[in-house]
Design a protein. Structure first.
Length: 253
C-alpha cells in the first residue's frame, strides 16, 4: 500500500450511479519476498482471480445492517458471504485490485483456518454455491450504469458452477443440473454482448470470466441443442441407449 494507492482511495466514489453505497472488495497481490526456494509460489489472487478477497474499502456510513454478519472472519468463503449480503442490501461492489494493490503479510505456509466453507450448500469444499457473492478483479474505473451492469454480469458468471463442455465429460452427469447451468451461462454471455461489455476501455475484461472462452460458448450452444435432441445421452441406467445416442450425436457434430 503506497502513496498512489492512498491517493486513489481518497478519491473513490462514495456512491454508485444509483445513489447507493459503493464498496471495493479487493483481492491481494503476492507478498514480495515470500516465495522461498522449494515452496509453492503464492497464488496471485488479483491477476488470477479465484473468488478471494482480503480488503474492504468504503466511505462510511454504509446503508446496511451489519448485525446480520453473525460469523467471524477468516473462515473459508466468509468474504463471499459478506459480498452476497452487501449486494442483497443494494450496495454496488467492484474489485479494482489491479490499480489498488494490497498484499497479505503472511509468508508462512501454515494455515489454521477450518476447512468448512460458509458459501457452499453442504459446507464442504466442492458443494453447490450458497449465499455466495463474487466481485471479479478489474482496473479502476468510474462507476456508471454501463460499467456497473457489466461488473454485475461478470460477477454472476462466477456464481454459476463450472460445467463440462465435451460430450464424453458429460456422461453420467445430472442432465437437469447441467442444462440449467449451461442455459444460465449462455444467457449471461448473451447479456454481456447485448450491453457491449467488451467496450469498457479494458476496465472489465472478458478473460476474467470463469474459465470460458468464445469458442467454449459456441461449443456450449451446440451441446445444449444435442442434449435436447438426444436425451438418452445421459441415461445412467441403460448403457445401450446411452451409447446409441452418443453415436448419433457424434455423427451430427
Amino acid at each position: 500500500w503506497d502513496y498512489n494507492t492512498t491517493h486513489l482511495v481518497q478519491h473513490m466514489p462514495s456512491t454508485s450511479s444509483k445513489g447507493t453505497s459503493h464498496v471495493y472488495a479487493l483481492s491481494r497481490f503476492p507478498t514480495p519476498g515470500c516465495n522461498k526456494k522449494g515452496q509453492k509460489p503464492e497464488r496471485h489472487q488479483c491477476w488470477d482471480y479465484n473468488g478471494s478477497h482480503d480488503v474492504f474499502v468504503f466511505i462510511p456510513p454504509l446503508s446496511v445492517n451489519l448485525s446480520r454478519v453473525a460469523f467471524r472472519q477468516n473462515l473459508w468463503g466468509a468474504e463471499n458471504r459478506l459480498i452476497w449480503m452487501l449486494k442483497q442490501d443494494g450496495l454496488v461492489l467492484s474489485n479494482p485490485c489491479k490499480s489498488l494493490r494490497t498484499t497479505h503479510q503472511h509468508c508462512s505456509a501454515v494455515r489454521r483456518t477450518p476447512t468448512q466453507r460458509l458459501n457452499r450448500k453442504q459446507g464442504d469444499k466442492f458443494g453447490e454455491f450458497h449465499e455466495s457473492g463474487f466481485t471479479v478483479s478489474s482496473n479502476l474505473y468510474t462507476p456508471n450504469s454501463h460499467t456497473e451492469r457489466c461488473q454485475q454480469l461478470q460477477d454472476e458468471s462466477w456464481s454459476i458452477q463450472p460445467i463440462e463442455t465435451s460430450l464424453q465429460g458429460m456422461m453420467g452427469k445430472d442432465i437437469g443440473k447441467w442444462k440449467d447451468r449451461a442455459q444460465k451461462l449462455q444467457h449471461n454471455h448473451q447479456q454481456w454482448d447485448k450491453h457491449n461489455c467488451s467496450q469498457t476501455q479494458g476496465a472489465i475484461n472478458w478473460n476474467e470470466r470463469r474459465d470460458i472462452t468464445r469458442s467454449d460458448m459456441k461449443q456450449l450452444a451446440k451441446l445444449i441443442t444435442l442434449v435436447e435432441q438426444f436425451p438418452d445421452l445421459f441415461d445412467s441406467k441403460h448403457k445401450s441407449k446411452r451409447n446409441a445416442a452418443l453415436k448419433a450425436a457424434l455423427a451430427t457434430k
